[in-house]
Design a protein around this ligand. Structure first.
Ligand code: IVH
Length: 669
């Protein structure tokens, strides 16, 4: 007899409710009353019933958290209520000006504001109908965004069904998706281990994760969401921002953790200072405090500009800094032999991760800032993964310290270093024999953007180079199971995984293969241009300097470097060996875009695009015969403006240059 036959549909629905209840206790209230094991057992029971009665399953079943694979990118959805941005303030006076503006518009002195956290994540609009999760859409250009329903469905603190009695037919809520610090650090550690590129900050990690096309992968990224507002509520339940937080919580939605109603600049400022103090202890990134007129009716009276509400402003914090001590200044040897000084620091927690090193860029920078071993320094994280040293606290300098100088010999192989006149870089000239250079070249060769051998992390590369199995990239394709068994930590499974991962890298796309060669000045973008022009490796090796210069985006420096690279017999032999060992870069079909509307047009790019990096967007323009320049002038035909476009947009509008949104751009493509 089937064990689930005794279950009625009513029992099934009760089980769904029970699971949602425990889910809420765990993720919203942070107070579970059953163990993970018991919770999983309930889920398994549910899934087994659903296998027997697939007709009972609705989209709000707890089993439907991970949706099916999207195959065709994201659908575009129009926002019924536009998603606006906030105007920013950076000091107390600017907040005072905001208060005065609101007082004037409301003809009143005393106004109640709600102050709350400004989450540093990705804006999302989530719609519930009859209490059931229906759809989630990104901000996009504010008027329409991407439908990311299947991805958002995987967020563990998002209820797929609302709780409680006061559930309107339609409830559309606005919030921010983010990646908690702990998860960010864990993900980046894993990426580092596998030699993958690190995320610069939790926000980028969240944004990248939300754009994955496979919701099952998104589910592994540990994203969370907090809601701060209601865009549409068919029952008009809420009358103020402070009520919004309470109401959202009462229906089971995760909300912002800190908020306060204030009536004066002093109260607002106290709240800001309070938050600034706890900021570094929060388990997620915030980039400021949002100050909102509390009563919704008053918000409507105060109104909106085209871009943002007049009833709210953001107070933005300065970049987070930390103070620590330089234990040592080491020198790293890059894959091209360039020596980079690195500050080894007493570990300190800063903006989502523990920092123990900071790049010092080059000798000149260390001398200019006079950074010495033993110095107390202020570090800051900009947009990059690696933090920088902002300044030295000279008052705390220890007596007897001496200025730092670049060593005369390579710290890896002991060769005499070279200084090339006109360049800041100091190099180790021992290309063939320097083990650090080799290590970095191999790591670069196997990286995700290059050959993408994902099982070959830095630690394994170190082992392989250390025992001498790998002296040049092609040696990777001669590795045998027997050799790998000799290495510490290798067992049947890891050996077979590594060999499989090496094997599957053989059919790498041509741009990635070109990138893997490590030709000077040829990064991912240029590799793509070269591949598009040549179509095949054979053709690329035959291109003349003038043919190379004919490619839009390739200048003298790149053309010379490519010619020099393929002119070196050793490089050609290494490529032949790779091909003989079975590496076979995919040949590209050269697409002729004919007379595309971009042909002959000059573009300037500004702001952040949702779907493309700037390099990708520039390549798409160039492939279609357009040109990309850095600044707006009368000669500019189009300004491609993403989110947070600034002065370039203003200038373009002033000059009457046509402005394309990302959506317009995609339309043209
Ligand atoms: S209210 C119409 N409140 O900041 C006003 N936004 O710079 C809409 N954000 O895209 C925004 N925390 O995603 C509001 N407590 C908060 C916020 C918040 C983060 C984001 C939001 C928006 C951006 C505007």
């Amino acid at each position: 007899m089937n064990p689930n036959n005794q279950f009625t549909q009513e029992n099934y629905e009760e089980l769904c409710e029970e699971i949602w209840h425990h889910n809420k206790l765990y993720y919203v209230k942070h107070a579970p009353v059953i163990s993970d094991f018991e919770f999983d057992a309930l889920l398994q029971k549910l899934e087994s019933i659903e296998r027997e009665h697939p007709d009972w399953v609705t989209s709000s079943s707890p089993s439907q958290r991970v949706g099916e694979m999207l195959t065709d990118g994201f659908l575009s959805v129009k926002h019924i209520i536009p998603m606006l941005s906030l105007s920013n303030t950076y000091n107390r006076d600017e907040i005072k000006e905001f208060i005065a503006r609101v007082q004037k518009l409301l003809h009143r002195e005393v106004i109640t504001f709600t102050c709350e956290l400004k989450m540093d994540g990705i804006a999302v609009s989530v719609r519930y109908e009859h209490g059931e999760f229906l759809r989630a859409v990104t901000r996009g250009d504010g008027k329409q965004g991407d439908d990311i329903t299947s991805n958002i469905r995987t967020l563990k603190n998002l209820p797929l069904r609302l709780m409680g009695k006061d559930i309107p037919d339609v409830l559309e809520v606005r919030g921010e998706v983010f990646m908690p610090h702990l998860i960010f650090e864990e993900l980046n550690n894993r990426r580092e281990k596998f030699g993958e590129q690190l995320w610069a900050n939790p926000r980028n990690a969240a944004a990248g994760s939300l754009k994955l096309l496979d919701p099952k992968e998104v589910a592994k990224r540990g994203l969370r969401v907090f809601f701060y507002g209601v865009a549409e509520d068919s029952a008009d339940i809420i009358s103020s921002q402070s009520e919004t937080h309470q109401y959202l919580q009462s229906v089971g939605l995760p909300t912002l953790e800190y908020h306060k109603t204030c009536q004066s600049i002093q109260e607002i400022w106290d709240f800001i200072e309070e938050i600034q103090e706890i900021r570094s202890n929060l388990p997620y990134d915030i980039d400021g405090v949002v100050i909102k007129v509390d009563a919704l009716q008053e918000q409507q009276k105060v109104g909106y500009t085209a871009k943002s509400p007049r009833w709210a402003v953001a107070y933005k914090f300065a970049a987070e800094q930390a103070t620590t001590v330089v234990n040592e200044i080491t020198v790293q040897v890059g894959r091209t032999g360039v020596l980079t000084p690195v500050a080894e620091l007493i570990p300190v927690f800063l903006a989502g991760s523990t920092i123990s090193r900071a790049t010092l860029h080059n000798e000149e920078e260390v001398v200019r800032k006079d950074i010495r071993v033993g110095d107390t320094v202020v570090i800051e994280k900009g947009g990059d993964v690696i933090p920088k040293v902002v300044k030295v606290d000279f008052d705390k300098r220890i007596e007897g310290s001496s200025p730092w100088a670049m060593p005369d010999k390579c710290p890896s192989c002991g060769s005499e270093v070279e200084r090339i006149s006109g360049e800041v870089a100091v190099r180790c000239p021992n290309i063939a024999g320097c083990s650090d250079q080799l290590l970095r070249r191999i790591s670069y060769f196997v990286a995700k953007k290059a050959m993408n051998i994902d099982m070959l992390g830095d630690k394994i590369v170190e082992q392989l180079v250390g025992v001498g199995y790998v002296k040049k990239p092609s040696d990777i394709y001669t590795l045998t199971a027997n050799q790998l068994y000799q290495l510490e930590g290798f067992q049947e499974k890891s050996v077979s995984n590594l060999l499989k991962s090496i094997e599957s890298s053989k059919n790498v796309p041509l741009p990635q293969f070109i990138m893997a060669l490590g030709i000077k000045y040829v990064g991912a973008g240029t590799a793509e241009l070269l591949a598009l022009k040549a179509g095949s490796l054979e053709n690329l090796m035959k291109l003349t300097r003038s043919e190379l210069l004919f490619i839009d985006g390739v200048g003298d420096k790149v053309a010379d470097a490519v010619i020099e690279y393929f002119g070196d017999q050793e490089n050609v032999e290494e490529i032949r060996r790779l091909l003989d060992l079975g590496v076979s870069p995919e040949v590209l079909e050269i697409v002729d875009h004919g007379d595309h509307p971009f042909k002959g047009k000059t573009f300037v790019l500004t702001g952040t695009l949702d779907r493309y990096s700037r390099t990708d967007a520039a390549n798409l323009i160039k492939e279609r015969g357009g040109k990309v320049t850095g600044s707006v002038s009368k000669k500019t035909d189009y300004l491609l403006a993403g989110e947070a476009a600034g002065s370039k947009l203003v200038k373009a509008e002033g000059l009457g240059v046509e402005v394309l949104s990302e959506k317009d751009f995609i339309g043209f493509l």
